[in-house]
Design a protein around this ligand. Structure first.
Ligand code: GLC
Length: 736
């Protein structure tokens, strides 16, 4: 680290005065409530630990008064008065709940993530919370995994863009001091948690070094480069070594190679869980393995605090490593200004969303929605969506039609305090002159019993010009511990859609969900399908904005929608295999496909329709040949393309840049996203979109244990498209 170490003198002065017990105390984080993990809260331990200087941090407590009361004990009653840092899962909102992170990624507009984080930081910090355990940046190809809802999907480049934007939104720019209306961010979960086998929560992860480097690490590197103050370790093993004790990841890569000087915090009891992992023999062993691998602060379990003294005495941990961990924690508190201003101004506490933050959440939700289908209707040739604002009668049916269960998983305190706007409410306000019929139809889960409600929903549909069917998942089937073995629509929701389809009346399906779903046979008969994800506080208004065309949908899928659960994993950035399937490889049997399923996803990564249409010109490159050396010296290639709105309505298009290395010493994915821009174009307007390709985009990581990045000679295929599977002209860049 040749750069000056922030707060070095203050930290060293404090370290020199601290007892061993006080040092070990800084490494301890306790939970006020047990809301976010197994077991119960530790509130009963916190006051005395704070008073005796044996506590560094508290999670799951908010409120200016309540946090100040605890802070006063730490600052005014403990021997050294070192302030506590308060942490909370502020994932997509505090009072103002924004759409879930997967939805935000679907906007392909990282500014939405930055805005969410800025609003959340103002609201949470005014309530005494200094540290958001966010952004989660686990790349995942596993829609069965409940935490896909917290992710930015299957692509590392998109995830990295959103990770960096969110870090800057929480902390401010530049990685320096964190202002009093901002909060420390946390890059999680380090690393490769999204690759849990079978999408089963907490399950084994076994990835090669090259896949770790190409898929899972880039978002964390982007977060570190953006100045992220903390990193949280992952629950999973990483090729046999638990992430909580993985020195290669935590120390070699994160702290040494990337020069990360912040705090590595364990996940909930992640240090103690080294024992059931079969990696540690007992709490002392767990403490030794975790601390020596690079864990700095222990969340909830107390192995390090309990056994640190004996470990130090018998030389199993070093004084240097202990002091380094304490220094990182003190540096976090200095960055947050807690030594000068440990207390929150109770008069400035924000207690509710504002009209402005509601507007931001509504816009974010609408921009995140993805129009999967909008077929032209045989009769009138026009497409079903957008619905006419002059509509006279509309039925809104389904278990989520009049539900407030639209915040999604990991919604903050706002989810309980401020109910989401329902879809019926949003539609009622959007078309006040229309007669609105409502029927729940079926439950959101379970079922099997006769569903008399379907008849009621059919009757509502037959009495209306159009029916909006709102189906999907409750938040409870999403998020941590929310892995599903079947990612179809739960319960009888599919039957409800099929019953409405049989009426022959026009209908649109709105999906409120936390993951890509295996949609089912009803899809073929649905004229229009809109993915709204879990849209957050302003759900109903945002959905109505899109349905009636106030907002022209411009979102794209950040994760592929499989045809069936059995097709998972299915993702765009796959290897070609020796027997690829596709338009020109259709051997009836001997191909990389399933006998009983069409090839390819139902809807691919990058897919999303609009109420208008766009045309792409031929991409041009500023050069078609370049040497590996020039690239490694920083040379770049500019790729440009014109895009035109060829329809009669203003709209957004997401222009996507993909590359493919067709011949390499390590087989490369058939496509890699290396650029995206969401552009807004008026009807008939065109623009030129420009991308830059550099070494990062052309080369790849080998399987060398310490990581080796190479650029090889040969061709690189370049595509500019509006989806990962669009058939577009290819350009070839030759690396000499
Ligand atoms: C949970 C989650 C983690 C969260 C932490 C604190 O188990 O894995 O993402 O930040 O515990 O709630």
């Amino acid at each position: 680290m040749d750069r000056p170490v922030p707060y070095e003198s203050e930290i060293n002065a404090l370290l020199a005065r601290m007892t061993l017990e006080e040092k070990l105390g800084q490494l301890q984080q306790l939970a006020w409530t047990g809301d976010t993990g197994p077991g119960e809260g530790q509130a009963r331990l916190i006051e005395s630990a704070a008073r005796e200087g044996r506590l560094g941090s508290v999670l799951n407590l908010h409120g200016a008064r309540r946090t100040n009361d605890l802070q006063r004990i730490a600052v005014e009653e403990s021997r050294l008065g070192i302030p506590l840092v308060f942490g909370l899962d502020v994932i997509h909102g505090f009072w103002t709940t924004f759409p879930i992170s997967l939805a935000q990624a679907a906007s392909f507009d990282p500014d939405i993530a930055r805005l969410d984080a800025e609003v959340s930081a103002r609201e949470a910090r005014s309530n005494g919370v200094h540290w958001a355990f966010s952004p989660m940046m686990d790349v995942t190809r596993e829609p069965r995994w409940g935490r896909v809802s917290e992710s930015s999907g299957e692509d590392p480049y998109l995830t990295a863009a959103f990770a960096a934007a969110k870090v800057r939104g929480y902390e401010g720019e530049g990685g320096g001091p964190i202002a009093s209306d901002r909060m420390a961010a946390c890059a999680k979960h380090f690393v490769a948690y999204g690759a849990v086998e079978g999408g089963r929560e907490y399950n084994t992860v076994d990835v090669s070094e090259s896949r770790l480097r190409a898929l899972h690490l880039p978002p964390f590197r982007a977060a570190v480069d953006a100045g992220v103050a903390t990193v949280m370790a992952a629950f999973n093993t990483l090729s046999g070594i638990p992430a909580h004790a993985n020195a290669h990841a935590l120390t070699d890569i994160l702290k040494r190679d990337w020069d990360f000087d912040g705090v590595v915090v364990s996940d909930w009891a992640g240090v103690a869980e080294l024992i059931p992992h079969g990696f540690a023999a007992d709490p002392a062993d767990a403490a030794r393995l975790a601390l020596n691998a690079g864990i700095d602060m222990e969340m909830v379990s107390t192995c390090i605090a309990d056994r640190g003294e004996e470990l130090l005495a018998n030389g199993h941990i070093s004084a240097e490593r202990l002091d380094d961990a304490v220094a990182r924690i003190l540096r976090l508190k200095f960055r947050l200004g807690l030594f000068e201003h440990p207390y929150t101004d109770e008069r400035a506490e924000i207690s509710a969303p504002s009209a402005e933050t509601r507007r931001s959440a509504r816009e974010a939700a609408a921009r995140s929605m993805v129009l999967l289908k909008n077929d032209s209707r045989s009769v009138s040739r026009d497409r079903l969506l957008p619905l006419s604002p002059d509509i006279t009668s509309i039925a809104v049916v389904g278990p989520f039609a009049d539900s407030t269960d639209l915040h999604g998983a990991w919604a903050g305190p706002g989810a309980d305090a401020f109910p989401a706007v329902t879809v019926t409410e949003g539609i009622r306000l959007a078309v006040p002159g229309a007669k609105i019929g409502y029927a729940k139809g079926v439950e959101s889960e379970g079922g099997g019993e006769a569903t008399p409600g379907i008849a009621e929903a059919v009757a509502a549909a037959e009495a209306s010009d159009v029916t909006v069917i709102v189906v999907g998942e409750p938040a409870g089937l999403s998020g941590e511990g929310g892995s599903r073995s079947d990612i179809g629509l739960p319960g009888e929701q599919g039957e409800l859609i099929e019953a409405i389809a049989r009426t022959g009346r026009p209908f649109v399906v709105v999906l409120t969900c936390g993951r890509p779903l295996a949609l089912g046979p009803w899809l073929a008969s649905a004229p229009a399908v809109l993915v709204a994800w879990h849209p957050g506080l302003e759900a109903g208004h945002a959905i109505a904005d899109v349905l009636f065309g106030a907002v022209n949908p411009g979102g794209k899928l950040p994760a592929s929608f499989p045809r069936t659960t059995g097709q998972v994993p299915i993702h765009y950035n796959h290897e070609n295999t020796g027997r690829p399937c596709g338009p020109d490889h259709q051997d009836p049997r001997y191909g990389a496909r399933y006998l009983d399923l069409d090839h390819g996803p139902e809807f691919p990564f990058g897919h999303g329709l609009s109420y208008t249409t766009f045309a792409f010109g031929e991409p041009t490159l500023t050069t078609f040949t370049l040497s590996a050396g020039e690239l490694l010296d920083g040379a770049t290639v500019e790729v440009s393309v014109t895009v035109r709105n060829t329809g009669d309505r203003d709209g957004d298009e997401v222009v996507q840049l993909y590359v493919h290395d067709p011949v390499a010493s390590l087989v490369q994915p058939v496509r890699r996203l290396r650029g995206f821009q969401r552009v807004s174009l008026a009807a008939g307007q065109s623009t030129t979109v420009r991308f830059t390709l550099g070494a990062e985009d052309i080369g790849f990581w080998t399987n060398a244990p310490e990581g080796e990045f190479v650029i090889e000679q040969g061709d690189i295929h370049v595509y500019v498209a509006n989806s990962s599977q669009a058939e577009v002209p290819m350009r070839t860049l030759t690396i000499k």
